[in-house]
Write a protein that binds this ligand. Structure first.
Ligand SMILES: NC(=O)c1ccc[n+]([C@@H]2O[C@H](COP(=O)([O-])OP(=O)(O)OC[C@H]3O[C@@H](n4cnc5c(N)ncnc54)[C@H](OP(=O)(O)O)[C@@H]3O)[C@@H](O)[C@H]2O)c1
Length: 324
C-alpha cells in the first residue's frame, strides 16, 4: 500500500509517498481501507515537530479518516469487515490502509458519505465541545468567531447558529467572509482591512460578544478580549497565526470574564462517553440539515503535501480532504 510519509521533520515539501507493507491488525485493532482523510491544522504542526504530540519517525500524518474495515484483530467487538466507519487517528490517516484501535472507531451513519465523514469529527467535535460544553453558549447570546472560514471556524459558525446564537464571523478576505455568510454568519468583519475592536463595538451596540471563539491567537486575541461582554467566555482553541498571545488578566477581572482552554484530543481520551454523546448530537444536526460540512478541495494521496501547504499558507476555506 502507498502512504504519505514524514521521514524527517520539516515543511510539507519534505513529505514523500512510498510503498509500504500492508498493516495487520493486532489485538483490539482493525485495518481500515481509507476512502477519504480530513486535513487539519495540527497535521502541519506535527510534521514540523511543533505539535504537543510527537510520533516517532517515519510516520504518516493525518488525524481523521472515513473508510471501510478491511481486517479485524482479536477481541474486537461490534465491528466487522466491510463496515463503514470514521475514526480520529491522531496521525497515520494519510495512507491507503490504516491500522486503528477499535475504540477510536465510530460507525458512519448512512446519511453521511465518506468525504463528509472524513471532514467531520475533528472540526465539529472540537467546536461542539468548545461552544456547548466549555462556554455553555445560550440562545440569544452573541458569539464572535476568529479565523471563521477555517475548519474549526466554519463549524463554530454553524454550531453557534444551531444553538440559537447571533454569530459574528471574522476572517482575512471578502471571499472567506462570503462563505461564512453562506454557512449562517449574521455579520462579518474583515480583520485584514477593518479595525476589529471598532467593528465589534458597532455590531454589538457596544456590549461585546458573550463568547469569543479563537483558533488564531496572535494580534487578534487582545482586541477581541478587550471587547468581550460582561460575564464573557473567551475560548482558547488554537494559535494558527503561530503566535501564542499574552492577555492582561486585569481585563478578565474588569469584565467578570473567563478564559477557557479547549483541548479536544484529551477530552476524547478522558471522557469517551461524553464524546460519543457529542457525536450523536452532531450526526442528528447533520441529518436535519443544520450542519453542512464545506469541502472546498479534494487531493489524491500523491498530492497530499500540496493540501498541507495550502492549509499552512491560509489558502484553504472550510475543509480539504485527501481521497483514495
Ligand atoms: N484545541 C483543540 O482541541 C483544537 C482542535 C482542532 C484544531 N485546533 C487548532 O485550531 C486552529 C485552527 O485549525 P483548523 O484545522 O481550523 O485550521 P484552518 O482551517 O487552517 O483555519 C485556521 C484559520 O486561521 C487563520 N490564520 C491566521 N493567521 C494564520 C497563519 N499565519 N497561518 C494559517 N492560518 C492563519 C486563517 O484564517 P484567516 O486567513 O481568515 O485569518 C485560517 O482560516 C489550529 O491552531 C489548530 O491546531 C485546536
Amino acid at each position: 500500500m502507498k502512504a504519505l510519509l514524514c521521514k524527517q521533520h520539516g515543511l510539507p515539501d519534505t513529505l514523500v509517498v512510498e510503498e509500504l507493507p500492508d498493516p495487520l491488525p493486532g489485538p483490539g485493532e482493525v485495518v481500515v481501507d481509507m476512502k477519504a482523510a480530513g486535513v487539519n491544522f495540527p497535521d502541519v504542526l506535527i510534521i514540523q515537530n511543533k505539535y504537543q504530540f510527537k510520533p516517532a519517525l517515519p510516520f504518516s500524518p493525518g488525524a481523521e479518516l472515513a473508510g471501510t474495515i478491511a481486517a479485524v484483530g482479536d477481541g474486537v467487538k461490534g465491528f466487522a469487515v466491510g463496515d463503514r466507519v470514521i475514526a480520529s487517528t491522531g496521525h497515520g490517516a494519510f495512507a491507503e490502509k490504516v491500522k486503528v484501535p477499535a475504540k477510536r472507531l465510530t460507525a458512519l451513519p448512512d446519511t453521511l458519505d465518506f468525504d463528509t465523514g472524513a471532514a467531520f469529527i475533528l472540526t465539529y467535535g472540537t467546536s461542539w465541545h468548545a461552544i456547548k460544553d466549555r462556554a455553555a453558549l445560550q440562545p440569544g447570546e452573541a458569539m464572535l468567531v476568529l479565523g471563521a472560514a477555517g475548519g474549526v471556524g466554519l463549524a463554530a459558525i454553524e454550531i453557534g447558529k444551531a444553538l440559537g446564537a447571533t454569530v459574528i464571523a471574522a476572517a482575512s478576505s471578502q471571499d472567506k467572509l462570503a462563505v461564512c455568510r453562506e454557512h449562517g454568519a449574521d455579520a462579518t468583519i474583515d480583520y485584514g482591512s477593518e479595525d476589529l475592536r471598532e467593528r465589534i463595538k458597532d455590531l454589538t451596540a457596544g456590549k461585546g460578544p458573550d463568547v469569543v471563539y479563537d483558533p488564531v491567537g496572535g494580534g487578534y486575541a487582545e482586541p477581541a478580549f478587550r471587547s468581550i461582554a460582561w460575564r464573557g467566555r473567551y475560548l482558547v482553541v488554537g494559535f494558527a497565526s503561530g503566535d501564542i498571545p499574552k492577555l492582561p488578566l486585569n481585563l478578565a477581572l474588569l469584565k467578570g470574564a473567563a478564559v477557557i482552554g479547549v483541548f479536544w484530543g484529551d477530552y476524547v481520551a478522558r471522557e469517551p462517553a461524553s464524546f460519543k454523546r457529542d457525536l450523536h448530537a452532531l450526526f442528528d444536526l447533520v441529518a436535519h440539515g443544520r450542519l453542512k460540512p464545506h469541502i472546498s478541495a479534494r487531493y489524491p494521496l500523491a498530492q497530499g503535501a500540496q493540501a498541507l501547504d495550502d492549509m499552512m499558507n491560509r489558502r484553504v476555506i472550510g475543509k480539504v480532504i485527501i481521497t483514495n
